[in-house]
Design a protein around this ligand. Structure first.
Ligand code: NAD
Length: 481
C-alpha cells in the first residue's frame, strides 16, 4: 500500500509520529497513518480559516468544485475502494458503492438550489432571509462508512461556504486521507484539511477555538462528550449518533419474503450501520416461520475477506467491537436465548463472527436493549400491536424504525407512532442525499442531507431594507420593547 499523508493547507506536513492500521480480515497491521500533533492541528485550523475568506465569496466556484470533486472521486474508485476494503473489511463491491455515494453527494449538493426567502416586499420594506456560512467546520467520522459519511459533511459544508478540518476514525483513516490528497488538484489549499490520530485528537478539535461548528457522527457516548466540549464557546453541533432500530412485523406478511428483506437490512455492512435493523418484533402466530427464514438467510450468506469476489459479509471492523458482539451474544445465550443460526466467533484469523439469529429472548436482554452494531440479530415475539409499539419506543434510542405489512396503510399508521427520525414502511435503510437523516432522543441532534442538512452548515441572516423615504425609519410598530 502507498504512503498515507495528512492534507493541511493543500500540503503534506512532515509525519512526526504514526500509528498502525489493522486489516480486520487478518487482524494484522498493514499500513500506517500519521499522528497529528497539536501544532499540526493548529496549522490545519489556521489554513481553513484563511482559505474561508475567499471560499465564501463565490457560490458558482463552489458548485463547480463540487462537480469536479465528484468526477475525480469516480475516476479514483480503483485506487480508493481497495484501501477501504483493507481498512474497513467490507466487500470490494460495497467499497466501490461508498466511493460512488461520495460522488453522488457532491453532485447533489452542487445542484441544490438555495434561494433567499423574501418574507416581506411592500411599500415599507424588502425583508429577505438568507443563509451565511459559519466559518470553519470540525468534522469527525466513525469507522463503518468512512468515506460516505465524510462526504455527507464535506459536500454541504463546502457548498454553504465553510471550510473544513476533518478527522476520520483511527480504525479507518486511510481512505479519507487518500481522498483528500487526490482532491488537492480540485480545491484551493486549506478548504479541505484532513488530519488523523486517536480519539484524543477529536477532543482537541471540539475544544479548539477556531471551528464554529462540530459535525459529528459516532456513538452516543462520544456524542455527549462532543456536546459538552462544544458548549463553552457555543459552537453549533450536529450529532448523528447510535441507534437500536426496531422492525415490527405485522401478522399479514409472507414470512419468507419479509425474512429476506429484514435480513438484508439487518446485516448490511455486517450489521455495522447506525440505522440497521437491530431488533425484530414478530407476532406469535408467525414467529417460528420468520425465525426460520432469517436463519436460512444467515446460514447461506458467504462470509469472508472482502477482496474475495463472492464475499457478501466481511469481518467486524475492529477488536473492541468484535469483543462486544461476542459478549452480547454470549450474554443472550447464557440467559436462555437460542441461536437459530450462528452464535459464535469463527475459527479463523481476523475478526469474523458467524451471522447470528437469536430467538426465544425478550426485552431486558442486553442485545435487545443495547446497540450491538454487528452481525447478530435478536427476534422477539409479541401479541398486541399497541404493546409492541410501546416496547419499541421504550428506549433512549430514536434513530429509525420500520413496520412491515401487506396492508401498507395500516403499516404506515403504526410506523407513524414510532419515536424516531425515519419511519420506514416495508423497507429499511432507504437513504438518499435529498432525504433528511437524524435521530430523536439520544440518537442525535439535528439532521444531515437535503436542504435541511445544508441549513445546518449556515446561520440565518435577515437582510431588512427599509423603503422609508427619510432613510431613518425607526418605527418598530410597538413590537420591540
Ligand atoms: P465513536 O464515538 O467511538 O467514534 C467516532 C469518532 O469520534 C472517531 O473518529 C473517534 O476517534 C472520535 N472520538 C472519540 N472520542 C472523542 C472525543 N472525546 N471527542 C471527539 N471525538 C472523539 O464511534 P465509532 O465506534 O467510530 O462508530 C460507531 C458508532 O457510530 C455507533 O454507535 C453507530 O451507531 C454510530 N453511527 C451513527 C451514524 C448516524 O448517522 N447516526 C452513522 C454511523 C455510525
Amino acid at each position: 500500500m502507498s504512503e498515507f499523508v495528512m492534507t493541511i493547507g493543500g500540503d503534506t506536513p512532515p509525519a512526526e509520529e504514526s500509528f498502525g492500521v489493522i486489516n480486520p480480515a487478518s487482524g494484522e497491521v498493514f499500513a500506517h497513518a500519521p499522528e497529528c500533533s497539536p501544532t499540526q492541528l493548529d496549522a490545519a485550523f489556521d489554513a481553513a480559516s484563511k482559505a474561508q475568506r475567499d471560499w465564501k465569496s463565490d457560490e458558482g466556484v463552489r458548485r463547480d468544485a463540487l462537480l469536479k470533486m465528484a468526477d475525480v472521486l469516480l475516476a479514483s474508485s480503483a485506487e480508493l475502494a481497495p484501501v477501504l476494503t483493507a481498512e474497513q473489511g467490507k466487500p470490494l463491491a460495497d467499497a466501490n458503492i461508498e466511493v460512488f455515494a461520495a460522488a453522488i453527494w457532491c453532485q447533489y449538493f452542487a445542484n441544490l438550489d438555495t434561494p433567499a426567502q423574501v418574507i416581506q416586499d411592500d411599500d415599507e420594506a424588502l425583508v429577505e432571509v438568507v443563509r451565511r456560512p459559519l466559518g470553519v467546520v470540525a468534522a469527525i467520522t466513525p469507522w463503518n462508512f468512512p468515506l460516505t459519511l465524510a462526504f455527507w459533511k464535506i459536500a454541504p459544508a463546502l457548498l454553504a461556504g465553510n471550510t473544513l478540518v476533518l478527522k476520520p476514525s483511527p480504525f479507518t483513516p486511510l481512505t479519507t486521507l487518500k481522498a483528500a490528497e487526490i482532491l488537492r488538484d480540485v480545491l484551493p489549499p486549506g478548504v479541505l484539511n484532513v488530519v488523523s490520530g486517536g480519539d484524543q485528537l477529536g477532543g482537541w478539535m471540539t475544544g479548539h477555538p477556531v471551528p464554529r461548528k462540530i459535525s459529528f457522527t459516532g456513538s452516543i457516548e462520544t456524542g455527549k462528550k462532543v456536546a459538552m466540549s462544544a458548549a463553552p464557546d457555543l459552537k453549533r453541533v450536529t450529532l448523528e449518533l447510535g441507534g437500536n432500530d426496531p422492525a415490527i412485523v405485522l401478522d399479514d406478511v409472507d414470512p419468507e419474503v419479509v425474512s429476506k428483506a429484514i435480513f438484508a437490512a439487518a446485516f448490511n455492512n455486517n450489521g455495522q450501520v447506525c440505522s440497521a435493523i437491530k431488533r425484530v418484533y414478530v407476532p406469535e402466530s408467525i414467529y417460528d416461520d420468520v425465525v426460520d427464514g432469517l436463519a436460512a438467510q444467515a446460514s447461506a450468506v458467504k462470509v469472508g475477506d472482502g477482496t474475495e469476489a463472492d464475499t457478501k459479509l466481511g469481518p467486524i471492523n475492529n477488536a473492541p467491537q468484535y469483543e462486544r458482539v461476542k459478549e452480547l451474544v454470549g450474554d443472550a445465550l447464557s440467559h436462555g436465548a437460542r441461536a437459530a443460526s450462528g452464535g459464535k466467533a469463527m475459527d479463523t484469523p481476523g475478526y469474523f463472527f458467524e451471522p447470528t439469529i437469536l430467538a426465544g429472548l425478550s426485552d431486558g436482554t442486553r442485545i435487545v436493549d443495547e446497540e450491538q452494531f454487528g452481525p447478530a440479530l435478536p427476534v422477539i415475539s409479541y401479541r398486541e400491536v399497541d404493546d409492541v409499539v410501546e416496547r419499541a419506543n421504550a428506549t433512549h434510542f430514536g434513530l429509525s424504525g420500520s413496520v412491515w405489512g401487506t396492508d401498507s396503510d395500516r403499516a404506515a399508521d403504526i410506523a407513524g407512532r414510532l419515536e424516531c427520525g425515519t419511519a420506514w414502511v416495508n423497507t429499511h435503510l432507504a437513504l438518499s442525499p435529498q432525504q433528511p437523516f437524524g435521530g430523536f432522543k439520544w440518537s442525535g441532534v439535528g439532521v444531515e442531507n437535503g436542504p435541511w442538512g445544508l441549513a445546518e452548515f449556515s446561520e440565518i441572516q435577515v437582510v431588512h431594507r427599509s423603503k422609508g423615504t427619510d432613510g431613518l425609519n425607526l418605527n418598530t410598530g410597538g413590537l420591540v420593547s
